[in-house]
Ligand binder design. Structure first.
Ligand code: F6P
Length: 358
Protein backbone atom coordinates (compact mmCIF):
# COMPACT_ATOMS: atom_id res chain seq x y z
CA UNK A 1 0.00 0.00 0.00
CA UNK A 2 1.20 3.50 -0.88
CA UNK A 3 -0.13 6.13 1.53
CA UNK A 4 0.13 9.72 0.34
CA UNK A 5 -0.80 12.79 2.36
CA UNK A 6 -1.58 15.96 0.44
CA UNK A 7 -2.07 19.58 1.44
CA UNK A 8 -2.26 23.04 -0.08
CA UNK A 9 -0.88 25.88 2.02
CA UNK A 10 -0.63 29.69 1.92
CA UNK A 11 -2.57 31.98 -0.41
CA UNK A 12 -4.52 30.04 -3.02
CA UNK A 13 -4.10 30.44 -6.77
CA UNK A 14 -5.26 28.98 -10.03
CA UNK A 15 -4.21 25.41 -10.96
CA UNK A 16 -3.80 24.01 -7.43
CA UNK A 17 -6.51 21.47 -8.25
CA UNK A 18 -5.01 20.79 -11.67
CA UNK A 19 -1.63 20.04 -10.05
CA UNK A 20 -3.13 17.63 -7.50
CA UNK A 21 -5.07 15.96 -10.29
CA UNK A 22 -1.79 15.56 -12.20
CA UNK A 23 -0.18 13.80 -9.22
CA UNK A 24 -3.12 11.51 -8.49
CA UNK A 25 -3.90 10.53 -12.09
CA UNK A 26 -0.24 9.69 -12.73
CA UNK A 27 0.06 7.61 -9.56
CA UNK A 28 -3.12 5.65 -10.27
CA UNK A 29 -2.00 4.99 -13.83
CA UNK A 30 0.82 2.89 -12.33
CA UNK A 31 -0.66 1.51 -9.09
CA UNK A 32 -4.06 0.66 -7.61
CA UNK A 33 -2.98 0.11 -4.02
CA UNK A 34 -2.92 3.80 -3.11
CA UNK A 35 -4.55 5.75 -0.30
CA UNK A 36 -4.79 9.55 -0.49
CA UNK A 37 -5.18 11.57 2.70
CA UNK A 38 -6.28 15.13 1.94
CA UNK A 39 -5.42 17.44 4.85
CA UNK A 40 -7.79 20.35 5.28
CA UNK A 41 -6.74 24.00 5.24
CA UNK A 42 -3.01 23.50 4.81
CA UNK A 43 -0.67 22.64 7.66
CA UNK A 44 -3.56 23.17 10.08
CA UNK A 45 -5.05 19.86 8.88
CA UNK A 46 -1.76 18.09 9.46
CA UNK A 47 -1.27 19.63 12.92
CA UNK A 48 -4.79 18.80 14.12
CA UNK A 49 -5.17 15.57 12.13
CA UNK A 50 -8.08 16.90 10.12
CA UNK A 51 -8.27 15.03 6.83
CA UNK A 52 -10.50 13.28 4.31
CA UNK A 53 -9.69 10.00 2.66
CA UNK A 54 -9.92 10.73 -1.05
CA UNK A 55 -10.25 8.51 -4.09
CA UNK A 56 -9.09 9.09 -7.64
CA UNK A 57 -12.67 10.13 -8.41
CA UNK A 58 -12.30 13.18 -6.14
CA UNK A 59 -9.64 14.46 -8.52
CA UNK A 60 -11.76 14.07 -11.67
CA UNK A 61 -13.34 17.13 -13.23
CA UNK A 62 -11.16 19.60 -11.32
CA UNK A 63 -8.64 20.54 -14.03
CA UNK A 64 -10.32 23.88 -14.66
CA UNK A 65 -11.59 24.59 -11.15
CA UNK A 66 -9.97 27.51 -9.32
CA UNK A 67 -9.16 27.53 -5.60
CA UNK A 68 -8.32 24.28 -3.84
CA UNK A 69 -10.59 21.35 -3.03
CA UNK A 70 -8.58 20.85 0.19
CA UNK A 71 -8.90 24.42 1.47
CA UNK A 72 -5.88 26.40 2.58
CA UNK A 73 -4.66 28.75 5.30
CA UNK A 74 -1.65 30.84 6.15
CA UNK A 75 0.46 29.30 8.92
CA UNK A 76 3.51 31.57 9.24
CA UNK A 77 6.79 29.67 9.41
CA UNK A 78 8.03 31.67 12.39
CA UNK A 79 5.02 30.46 14.40
CA UNK A 80 5.56 26.81 13.52
CA UNK A 81 8.05 26.43 16.34
CA UNK A 82 5.82 28.35 18.79
CA UNK A 83 3.28 26.19 20.68
CA UNK A 84 -0.42 26.87 19.92
CA UNK A 85 -2.77 28.45 22.48
CA UNK A 86 -3.18 25.05 24.20
CA UNK A 87 0.56 24.48 24.39
CA UNK A 88 0.63 22.01 21.49
CA UNK A 89 4.03 21.55 19.79
CA UNK A 90 3.01 21.96 16.12
CA UNK A 91 6.00 20.23 14.56
CA UNK A 92 5.65 17.24 16.91
CA UNK A 93 1.91 17.16 16.13
CA UNK A 94 2.55 17.08 12.37
CA UNK A 95 5.07 14.26 12.78
CA UNK A 96 2.60 12.40 14.97
CA UNK A 97 -0.19 12.66 12.35
CA UNK A 98 2.21 11.49 9.62
CA UNK A 99 3.37 8.44 11.57
CA UNK A 100 -0.06 7.60 13.00
CA UNK A 101 -1.40 7.28 9.44
CA UNK A 102 1.74 5.39 8.31
CA UNK A 103 2.17 7.83 5.43
CA UNK A 104 4.86 7.12 2.86
CA UNK A 105 5.10 10.77 1.90
CA UNK A 106 3.50 14.18 1.93
CA UNK A 107 2.80 16.17 -1.22
CA UNK A 108 2.80 19.84 -0.31
CA UNK A 109 1.68 22.59 -2.69
CA UNK A 110 2.78 26.06 -1.70
CA UNK A 111 4.92 29.15 -2.02
CA UNK A 112 7.76 30.61 0.01
CA UNK A 113 6.55 30.25 3.59
CA UNK A 114 5.16 26.82 2.81
CA UNK A 115 8.55 25.68 1.53
CA UNK A 116 10.30 26.72 4.74
CA UNK A 117 7.96 24.52 6.75
CA UNK A 118 8.20 21.71 4.17
CA UNK A 119 11.98 21.80 4.57
CA UNK A 120 11.61 21.76 8.36
CA UNK A 121 9.48 18.63 8.08
CA UNK A 122 12.11 17.07 5.82
CA UNK A 123 14.76 17.84 8.45
CA UNK A 124 12.49 16.10 10.92
CA UNK A 125 12.63 12.92 8.86
CA UNK A 126 9.38 13.11 6.85
CA UNK A 127 9.30 12.22 3.15
CA UNK A 128 8.30 15.35 1.28
CA UNK A 129 7.66 16.30 -2.34
CA UNK A 130 6.51 19.84 -3.07
CA UNK A 131 4.95 21.68 -5.99
CA UNK A 132 5.59 25.37 -6.81
CA UNK A 133 2.43 27.40 -6.29
CA UNK A 134 2.11 31.17 -6.26
CA UNK A 135 0.91 33.94 -8.52
CA UNK A 136 4.03 35.87 -7.45
CA UNK A 137 6.46 33.53 -9.31
CA UNK A 138 9.05 34.30 -6.63
CA UNK A 139 10.06 30.76 -5.70
CA UNK A 140 13.76 30.14 -5.96
CA UNK A 141 14.95 27.20 -8.06
CA UNK A 142 12.21 27.22 -10.69
CA UNK A 143 11.62 29.40 -13.74
CA UNK A 144 7.88 29.23 -13.21
CA UNK A 145 5.20 28.70 -10.59
CA UNK A 146 1.60 27.83 -11.37
CA UNK A 147 -0.88 30.65 -10.86
CA UNK A 148 1.55 33.20 -12.27
CA UNK A 149 0.46 33.15 -15.91
CA UNK A 150 -3.21 33.16 -14.92
CA UNK A 151 -2.63 36.18 -12.68
CA UNK A 152 -0.74 37.95 -15.47
CA UNK A 153 -3.73 37.33 -17.78
CA UNK A 154 -6.12 38.92 -15.28
CA UNK A 155 -3.88 41.88 -14.47
CA UNK A 156 -3.34 42.45 -18.21
CA UNK A 157 -7.07 42.36 -18.84
CA UNK A 158 -7.49 45.01 -16.13
CA UNK A 159 -4.89 47.27 -17.79
CA UNK A 160 -6.56 46.71 -21.19
CA UNK A 161 -9.90 47.84 -19.80
CA UNK A 162 -8.32 50.84 -18.09
CA UNK A 163 -6.74 51.88 -21.40
CA UNK A 164 -10.06 52.74 -23.02
CA UNK A 165 -11.42 54.75 -20.12
CA UNK A 166 -8.04 56.43 -19.48
CA UNK A 167 -7.90 57.67 -23.07
CA UNK A 168 -11.52 58.89 -23.08
CA UNK A 169 -11.00 60.94 -19.93
CA UNK A 170 -7.36 61.97 -20.40
CA UNK A 171 -6.55 60.74 -16.92
CA UNK A 172 -3.61 59.22 -15.17
CA UNK A 173 -4.41 55.69 -14.02
CA UNK A 174 -2.59 53.52 -11.51
CA UNK A 175 -3.26 49.78 -11.65
CA UNK A 176 -1.96 48.13 -8.49
CA UNK A 177 -0.79 44.60 -9.11
CA UNK A 178 -0.12 41.83 -6.58
CA UNK A 179 3.25 40.20 -6.13
CA UNK A 180 4.18 40.68 -2.47
CA UNK A 181 7.89 41.67 -2.37
CA UNK A 182 8.65 41.04 -6.05
CA UNK A 183 7.56 42.55 -9.36
CA UNK A 184 7.17 39.62 -11.76
CA UNK A 185 3.39 39.96 -12.22
CA UNK A 186 3.51 43.75 -12.58
CA UNK A 187 6.40 43.56 -15.04
CA UNK A 188 4.73 41.00 -17.30
CA UNK A 189 1.23 42.47 -17.11
CA UNK A 190 2.65 45.97 -17.55
CA UNK A 191 4.43 45.02 -20.75
CA UNK A 192 1.48 42.94 -22.02
CA UNK A 193 -0.98 45.73 -21.25
CA UNK A 194 1.13 48.49 -22.76
CA UNK A 195 1.63 50.39 -19.51
CA UNK A 196 3.68 53.58 -19.88
CA UNK A 197 5.34 53.24 -16.49
CA UNK A 198 6.00 50.06 -14.50
CA UNK A 199 7.03 50.30 -10.85
CA UNK A 200 8.47 47.22 -9.16
CA UNK A 201 10.23 46.72 -5.82
CA UNK A 202 13.46 45.70 -7.52
CA UNK A 203 13.81 49.13 -9.20
CA UNK A 204 13.11 51.95 -6.70
CA UNK A 205 11.37 54.97 -8.28
CA UNK A 206 11.78 58.72 -8.11
CA UNK A 207 8.42 60.52 -7.93
CA UNK A 208 9.79 63.53 -9.84
CA UNK A 209 10.85 61.30 -12.73
CA UNK A 210 7.30 59.90 -12.91
CA UNK A 211 5.72 63.37 -12.76
CA UNK A 212 8.02 64.57 -15.57
CA UNK A 213 7.02 61.65 -17.79
CA UNK A 214 3.33 62.41 -17.28
CA UNK A 215 3.86 66.08 -18.18
CA UNK A 216 6.04 65.24 -21.17
CA UNK A 217 3.43 62.81 -22.50
CA UNK A 218 0.73 65.48 -22.11
CA UNK A 219 2.84 67.99 -24.07
CA UNK A 220 3.20 65.40 -26.82
CA UNK A 221 -0.58 65.07 -26.99
CA UNK A 222 -0.86 61.91 -24.90
CA UNK A 223 -3.09 63.21 -22.16
CA UNK A 224 -3.38 59.86 -20.39
CA UNK A 225 -0.71 57.78 -18.66
CA UNK A 226 -1.05 54.26 -17.28
CA UNK A 227 1.13 53.05 -14.44
CA UNK A 228 1.36 49.33 -13.60
CA UNK A 229 2.46 49.41 -9.97
CA UNK A 230 3.53 46.35 -8.00
CA UNK A 231 2.05 46.39 -4.50
CA UNK A 232 5.61 46.25 -3.15
CA UNK A 233 6.94 49.17 -5.22
CA UNK A 234 9.21 51.46 -3.25
CA UNK A 235 10.66 54.96 -3.68
CA UNK A 236 14.39 55.63 -3.82
CA UNK A 237 14.30 57.39 -0.43
CA UNK A 238 12.42 54.53 1.24
CA UNK A 239 14.76 51.97 -0.32
CA UNK A 240 17.63 53.66 1.55
CA UNK A 241 15.97 53.06 4.93
CA UNK A 242 16.92 50.15 7.15
CA UNK A 243 14.35 47.31 7.11
CA UNK A 244 13.17 48.22 10.62
CA UNK A 245 12.85 51.94 9.80
CA UNK A 246 10.86 51.15 6.65
CA UNK A 247 8.51 48.85 8.57
CA UNK A 248 7.94 51.58 11.16
CA UNK A 249 7.23 54.09 8.38
CA UNK A 250 4.75 51.70 6.75
CA UNK A 251 2.97 51.20 10.06
CA UNK A 252 2.43 54.97 10.36
CA UNK A 253 1.32 55.42 6.77
CA UNK A 254 -1.82 57.40 6.08
CA UNK A 255 -2.53 55.71 2.72
CA UNK A 256 -3.95 52.18 2.40
CA UNK A 257 -1.35 51.16 -0.20
CA UNK A 258 1.47 52.45 -2.36
CA UNK A 259 -0.94 53.40 -5.18
CA UNK A 260 -2.84 55.84 -2.97
CA UNK A 261 0.41 57.44 -1.83
CA UNK A 262 1.56 57.77 -5.45
CA UNK A 263 -1.80 59.17 -6.57
CA UNK A 264 -1.68 61.76 -3.80
CA UNK A 265 1.86 62.83 -4.70
CA UNK A 266 1.23 62.87 -8.46
CA UNK A 267 -1.96 64.93 -8.19
CA UNK A 268 0.00 67.53 -6.26
CA UNK A 269 2.96 67.50 -8.63
CA UNK A 270 1.10 67.40 -11.97
CA UNK A 271 -2.36 68.85 -11.24
CA UNK A 272 -3.84 66.00 -13.23
CA UNK A 273 -6.64 63.67 -12.21
CA UNK A 274 -5.27 60.36 -10.98
CA UNK A 275 -7.46 57.26 -10.54
CA UNK A 276 -6.57 53.96 -8.91
CA UNK A 277 -7.70 50.45 -9.78
CA UNK A 278 -6.83 47.53 -7.54
CA UNK A 279 -7.81 44.16 -9.04
CA UNK A 280 -6.62 42.54 -5.78
CA UNK A 281 -7.65 38.95 -5.18
CA UNK A 282 -9.37 38.65 -8.57
CA UNK A 283 -5.79 38.00 -9.74
CA UNK A 284 -5.85 34.72 -7.82
CA UNK A 285 -9.39 33.75 -8.70
CA UNK A 286 -11.21 31.81 -11.39
CA UNK A 287 -10.04 29.15 -13.79
CA UNK A 288 -6.38 28.56 -14.60
CA UNK A 289 -5.24 29.71 -18.03
CA UNK A 290 -4.18 26.97 -20.49
CA UNK A 291 -0.47 27.53 -19.73
CA UNK A 292 -1.05 26.91 -16.02
CA UNK A 293 -3.15 23.82 -16.74
CA UNK A 294 -0.33 22.34 -18.80
CA UNK A 295 2.43 23.40 -16.40
CA UNK A 296 0.65 22.15 -13.26
CA UNK A 297 -0.20 18.86 -14.94
CA UNK A 298 3.45 18.42 -15.91
CA UNK A 299 4.87 19.14 -12.45
CA UNK A 300 2.13 16.97 -10.92
CA UNK A 301 3.09 14.07 -13.18
CA UNK A 302 6.78 14.60 -12.36
CA UNK A 303 6.01 14.59 -8.62
CA UNK A 304 4.22 11.26 -9.09
CA UNK A 305 7.33 9.89 -10.82
CA UNK A 306 9.47 10.89 -7.81
CA UNK A 307 7.01 9.31 -5.38
CA UNK A 308 6.89 6.06 -7.34
CA UNK A 309 10.71 5.96 -7.31
CA UNK A 310 10.82 6.83 -3.59
CA UNK A 311 12.81 10.03 -4.26
CA UNK A 312 11.95 12.53 -1.57
CA UNK A 313 13.09 15.91 -0.29
CA UNK A 314 12.50 17.78 -3.55
CA UNK A 315 10.44 20.54 -5.06
CA UNK A 316 9.43 19.86 -8.65
CA UNK A 317 10.05 22.90 -10.82
CA UNK A 318 10.82 23.94 -14.36
CA UNK A 319 14.09 25.03 -15.98
CA UNK A 320 14.36 25.87 -19.67
CA UNK A 321 11.08 24.13 -20.41
CA UNK A 322 11.98 20.87 -18.67
CA UNK A 323 10.56 19.61 -15.37
CA UNK A 324 13.27 19.26 -12.75
CA UNK A 325 13.67 18.29 -9.10
CA UNK A 326 15.35 20.78 -6.77
CA UNK A 327 16.50 19.86 -3.23
CA UNK A 328 14.21 21.51 -0.69
CA UNK A 329 17.13 22.93 1.27
CA UNK A 330 18.11 24.92 -1.85
CA UNK A 331 14.61 26.39 -2.22
CA UNK A 332 13.63 27.18 1.35
CA UNK A 333 14.11 30.74 2.55
CA UNK A 334 15.17 32.30 -0.76
CA UNK A 335 13.25 34.60 -3.08
CA UNK A 336 13.51 34.87 -6.85
CA UNK A 337 13.52 38.56 -7.76
CA UNK A 338 13.19 40.35 -11.07
CA UNK A 339 16.71 41.03 -12.35
CA UNK A 340 16.85 44.84 -12.85
CA UNK A 341 19.68 44.31 -15.35
CA UNK A 342 18.00 41.34 -17.03
CA UNK A 343 16.95 41.24 -20.68
CA UNK A 344 13.23 41.57 -19.94
CA UNK A 345 13.72 44.90 -18.17
CA UNK A 346 16.18 46.08 -20.83
CA UNK A 347 13.78 45.22 -23.66
CA UNK A 348 10.91 46.92 -21.84
CA UNK A 349 13.05 50.06 -21.53
CA UNK A 350 13.90 49.82 -25.23
CA UNK A 351 10.23 50.11 -26.22
CA UNK A 352 9.94 53.25 -24.10
CA UNK A 353 8.55 51.86 -20.85
CA UNK A 354 9.83 53.78 -17.84
CA UNK A 355 10.56 52.17 -14.49
CA UNK A 356 10.36 55.58 -12.83
CA UNK A 357 14.02 55.53 -11.93
CA UNK A 358 15.66 57.75 -14.58
O1 F6P B 1 1.42 35.38 -2.34
C1 F6P B 1 0.28 35.60 -3.10
C2 F6P B 1 -0.37 36.90 -2.71
O2 F6P B 1 -1.53 37.07 -3.50
C3 F6P B 1 0.53 38.13 -2.82
O3 F6P B 1 0.67 38.58 -4.13
C4 F6P B 1 -0.19 39.08 -1.89
O4 F6P B 1 0.72 40.03 -1.37
C5 F6P B 1 -0.69 38.18 -0.80
O5 F6P B 1 -0.77 36.88 -1.37
C6 F6P B 1 -2.04 38.54 -0.27
O6 F6P B 1 -2.29 37.70 0.82
P1 F6P B 1 -3.71 37.46 1.48
O7 F6P B 1 -4.52 36.62 0.54
O8 F6P B 1 -3.40 36.75 2.74
O9 F6P B 1 -4.34 38.80 1.66
Amino acid sequence: MLRIGMLTSGGDCQALNAAMRGVVKSIFSKRDDVEIYGFKDGYKGLIYSNFDMLTSRDFSGILTRGGTILGTSRQPFKLMTVPDKDGLDKVAAMKHTYHKLSLDCLVILGGNGTHKTANLLRENGLNIVTLPKTIDNDLYGTDMTFGFQSAVDIATDTIDRIHTTATSHSRVFIVEIMGHKVGHVALHAGIAGGADIILIPEIPYDIDVIADIIEKRAKEGKAFTILAVAEGAISKEDAKLKKKEYKEKLAKKEHPSISYELAHQLEKKTSREVRITVPGHTQRGGTPCPYDRVFSTRVGAKAAELILKGQYGYMVGMKNGETIKVPLEEVAGKLKYVDPEGSLVKEARRVGISFGDK
